[in-house]
Design a protein around this ligand. Structure first.
Ligand SMILES: [Zn+2]
Length: 314
């Protein structure tokens, strides 16, 4: 048997944000200042809401606890996570603790976090990746409206992440017919959107990617990417090279088209400051990404991949 979990209701496409009906007395959780949240809330047409806009980037369990202690007695009808990953992660954790439903509205795209059971929070200063069914949204609202005003570099990195997640997810050993259907469709849409210069399609492709990989996993490309993240390289940017060499190593059917899409987007060569052998040791401990890789990966393979990335031999 296979199980696939996605939000109960998904509103997406043109005007999804303004056409969705939001219950009164909702608690909106966001990271952004009032100048921006006012604009978004106006567009949503939401009435009689409460607002918590003090979520910090890379939030911790303390952010969750302050939302709960401040609003538990005010009995909100529902929690709405409006923003990037940080706002959504806080709501993913806080809503079930408060026994409330949650609506997730991503204002950035790429991770597909609004579709998944993943939640990233800091505990005692350390980032932890949690995965529990209760973190799933009751409703997700996906609208390309938010693309307007997003810096081009951020858009590029985000669509790269979505492409990497879709294609690595397709190849994951934890996948099934349905996740592969979602991942393939996600990549087809993203690839066409990139090649034809139609970024308005990115949020939809990214959403499908989240539905797909969120029910299986990513693989070698993501495992390689974290040694670059540790040196401050943005996640999506590191995947432009890491997932390309991973697809070559895996003889993935997506290698050519993935590489072509990355070339179209245009990324600089990646540098790694750490010693390659030591970095490979770090990668090898990432069993969560390496075990579901379609073929086994040795330390020598990882060294080869990292050398190729550094040399720009993709
Ligand atoms: Zn990713």
């Amino acid at each position: 048997m296979h199980t696939v979990r996605i939000p109960k209701v998904i509103n997406f496409g043109k005007d999804a944000l303004s056409s969705t009906e939001y219950p009164r007395n909702a608690l909106v959780v966001t990271t952004v200042p009032p100048e921006l949240s006012d604009k978004w809330l106006g567009r949503m047409g939401i009435k009689d809401y409460m607002l918590y806009d003090r979520v910090k980037p890379e939030p911790s369990i303390d952010d969750v606890n302050s939302v709960i202690s401040e609003f538990k007695d005010k009995d909100p009808s529902v929690l709405i996570g409006l923003g990037g990953g940080s706002s959504m992660d806080v709501v993913k954790y806080a809503a079930p603790e408060m026994k409330k439903e949650k609506i997730l509205i991503p204002t950035t795209f790429g991770t597909g976090a609004e579709m998944t059971t993943y939640c990233v929070l800091k505990f005692d200063g350390k980032k932890k990746l949690l995965r529990e069914d209760r973190f799933l949204a009751d409703m997700a609202v996906v609208d390309s409206y938010f693309l307007d005003g997003t810096p081009e570099q951020v858009v590029k990195n985000s669509v790269c992440d979505a492409c990497a997640q879709a294609t690595e997810g397709y190849d994951s050993k934890l996948g099934n017919d349905l996740t592969r259907t979602l991942c393939r469709q996600a990549f087809d849409i993203l690839y066409d959107a990139i090649m034809e210069g139609r970024p308005d399609q990115y949020p939809y492709g990214s959403m499908l990617s989240g539905m797909g990989f969120g029910n299986c996993s990513t693989t070698l490309g993501h495992a390689l990417s974290y040694v670059f993240s540790n040196e401050g390289v943005p996640h999506g940017y590191s995947l432009s090279s890491c997932t390309t060499v991973a697809h070559r190593h895996n003889k993935s059917q997506f290698y050519d088209r993935f590489k072509e899409a990355m070339e179209k987007l245009g990324f600089d060569r990646l540098d790694l400051k750490a010693d390659v052998s030591e970095a490979a040791d770090v990668v090898m401990t990432d069993r969560g990404h390496l075990d579901p890789n379609p073929i086994p990966v040795s330390k020598e393979d990882v060294v080869g991949c990292l050398e190729a990335i550094k040399a720009g031999d993709l």
